[in-house]
Design a protein around this ligand. Structure first.
Ligand code: AGP
Length: 609
């Protein structure tokens, strides 16, 4: 989604804003802009269609300098991507404002403001906010009071920041439903949608709460809560080293992140010298909560939802715990009837996904015994609002296509399976099997990465295709879904996944020479059934690409291309087959020439409904 950066300092800040935008570009990237107030109290604006690089060019051609500024990278919701719809939006050449979120009552506000004589230059919902703010300033209110009155009239979700050339030292900001963090500097203050944007200038952060309003100058910082009381929010010093956003030897972040998986998986499983898997990894209260868990409800979106689907097999088969999994955008609007003793588990790389957050916030009193989030971003909204937290240690994931975040979520779920399984009669032997498998996982992933060149070769068959089918059975069905999602989101090839047994109930009609069929075929107990399903494809002229364990016994034949996967413990197969499918999608996309790390129309962090 959109990304916000704001600075008020005693030094020139245009480069801080641009660097912040570069670091936020993963959130959205159809256009960008920045507004600065210069020493002569002029409001200076650049807005460009396209990536942040376009804004950099505009700044290089016609530099704007100032000590106070706001900047934005946009992911269009209302109004097509264009320079006019890019933020900041301005009112009367006096105020500039940036916004992340959606204002639901924008149409009625627009009508009222137009009647008052305000002229609209964009199709965005955001432009109503800046004119509304201006109308409040016209009543003689201070900038922060005007913002308070403005947000009181807004319905929907927002994180926003504004500057006014009549108050040239200040930035004001507010949040409700979209993330915003204050970066505390020495003699300067910052704001951003994600602390990652500010790590080059500070490691001290204040994570704003819902309804907070902020006024900051270079030397002062005031925060009010939603009732208008002055509040002190805790400051957190982020100790970890600044995450490298360098590509290093890699051509794309996605590839770098695929290759980072052995380390990310090891880091997620094992911290320092810890050898014993303990409840505390999920929080101080985890042991007491886990003792009461009788069933699990998992809620997530996209790739994180697929991790939940895999987890259901583990929780039910290995731990004997009933488990339901649902996409958050459906779950949140449904009347539910969970069993007593159900643990609500949200899964989210970013910890900010609007639907997952709404699902957590929407739980009824007593509906669940507690909430647990599995997230990759510390201090994110889901992390702050859940009872229990498991932080995956994937490191920053920049590529829009989630890779290492997904596989580390699977590690988290295997650990949860073991901890809950212990309480539901899982044998010591089975517990040891899980622990041993987790220890061995990084090396199995290394072996899978060694197949990169062969997978690249296979990928050449897909470049000219418009569609692809992915098949799996059992626990590999969600892996087929994840493989199809990866392929469609970065290569724009239409890809769908089916449980292989469903083929003859409809999708078989699609199979012909132009429909590659990818099958995930570890040599498990469903292998013979899967083989029959694959024969159904071949006998109709369909070309098969089978990712298979050696013991599955597949060999290359006409219309059958086999990629032999390394052998590994059964429970690790979902992880290693995922890695292979990530590489397949990556190489297809690269050869098609798409923007692998920033696929069209998508954003990394989906903070609107
Ligand atoms: C995956 O490649 C996607 N980009 C997307 O499906 C993502 O997993 C989804 O938007 C959920 O995000 P989250 O994990 O940050 O909640």
């Amino acid at each position: 989604m959109c990304g916000i950066v704001a600075v008020t300092a005693r030094r020139e800040v245009s480069e801080i804003l641009l660097e912040g935008l570069r670091r936020l570009e993963y959130r959205g990237y159809d256009s960008s802009g920045m507004a600065l107030i210069d020493n002569e109290k002029r409001l200076l604006l650049h807005k460009q269609l396209g990536k942040v690089a376009e804004l950099e060019k505009a700044q290089a051609m016609s530099p704007h300098y100032g000590c106070v500024g706001i900047a934005h990278t946009r992911w269009a919701t209302h109004g097509k991507p264009s320079a006019a719809n890019a933020h900041p939006h301005t009112s009367s050449d006096r105020i500039a404002l940036v916004h992340n979120g959606i204002i639901e009552n924008h149409a009625s506000l627009r009508k009222q403001l137009a009647e008052q004589g305000y002229v609209f230059y964009s199709q965005t919902d955001t432009e109503v906010i800046v004119h509304l703010l201006h109308s409040k300033l016209e009543q003689g209110l201070s900038l922060s009071d005007a913002l308070r009155e403005t947000v009181a009239q807004l319905e929907g979700a927002y994180a926003l920041a504004a500057v006014d050339k009549e108050s040239p030292d200040e930035v004001v900001a507010a949040r409700a439903g979209s993330p915003l963090v204050v970066g505390v500097g020495i003699g300067e203050n910052f704001l951003a949608s994600d602390q990652l944007a500010l790590r080059q200038v500070t490691d001290r952060f204040i994570f704003l709460e819902e309804g907070d309003l902020v006024r900051m100058t270079a030397m002062t910082l005031e925060i009010w809560d939603q009732s208008g009381n002055v509040v002190e929010r805790p400051r957190r010093d982020v100790a970890e080293a600044v995450e490298s956003v360098d590509l290093g030897q890699f051509e794309h972040y996605m590839l770098k992140e695929i290759y980072e998986q052995p380390k990310a998986l090891a880091d997620t499983f094992k911290i320092a010298d810890e050898t014993e898997l303990s409840d505390e990894r999920f929080g101080a209260e985890a042991a007491a909560v886990f003792d009461q868990v009788k069933s699990v409800q998992i809620v997530a979106c996209g790739t994180s939802f697929h991790a939940g689907l895999v987890a259901r097999y583990w929780l039910e088969e290995l731990a004997g715990i009933p488990c339901e999994v649902e996409v958050a955008s459906e779950f949140r609007y449904r009347k539910r009837a969970p069993q007593p003793g159900t643990l609500l588990v949200t899964v989210s790389q970013s910890g900010e996904t609007a639907d997952s957050l709404a699902a957590l916030r929407g739980q009824k009193d007593g509906e669940f015994i507690a909430s647990l989030v599995i997230a990759n971003v510390d201090h994110s909204s889901l992390v702050r609002e859940s009872d229990l937290v498991f932080l995956t240690r994937a490191g920053a994931e920049v590529g829009v296509a989630s890779t290492k975040a997904f596989t580390t979520q699977l590690v988290a779920f295997l650990m949860l399976t073991l901890l809950l399984g212990r309480r539901h009669g899982m044998s010591e032997q089975d517990q040891d099997k899980i622990t041993d498998a987790l220890h061995a996982l990084p090396s199995h992933v290394e072996q899978t990465l060694a197949l990169d060149a062969s997978i690249k070769k296979l990928s050449e068959h897909f470049i000219q295709k418009q569609h692809a089918l992915f098949l799996g059975r059992g626990i590999q069905y969600p892996i087929a879904m994840e493989g199809a999602l990866k392929l469609k989101e970065i290569s724009y090839i239409h890809a769908e996944a089916y449980p292989a047994g469903e083929l003859k109930h409809g999708p078989l009609a699609l199979v012909d020479a132009d429909m590659p069929v990818v099958a995930v075929a570890p040599g498990d107990e469903l292998l013979e059934k899967l083989k029959s399903n694959l024969e159904e494809v071949r006998s109709r002229g369909g070309e098969l690409y089978v990712f298979a364990d050696k013991k599955a016994g597949f060999v290359d034949e006409p219309l059958l291309h086999v990629l032999q996967m390394p052998s590994c413990p059964e429970m690790l197969k979902p992880v290693i087959y995922t890695v292979a499918l990530q590489l397949l999608a990556y190489h297809v996309a690269v050869q098609k020439g798409t923007d692998v790390d920033k696929p069209r129309n998508l954003a990394k962090s989906v903070t609107v409904e």
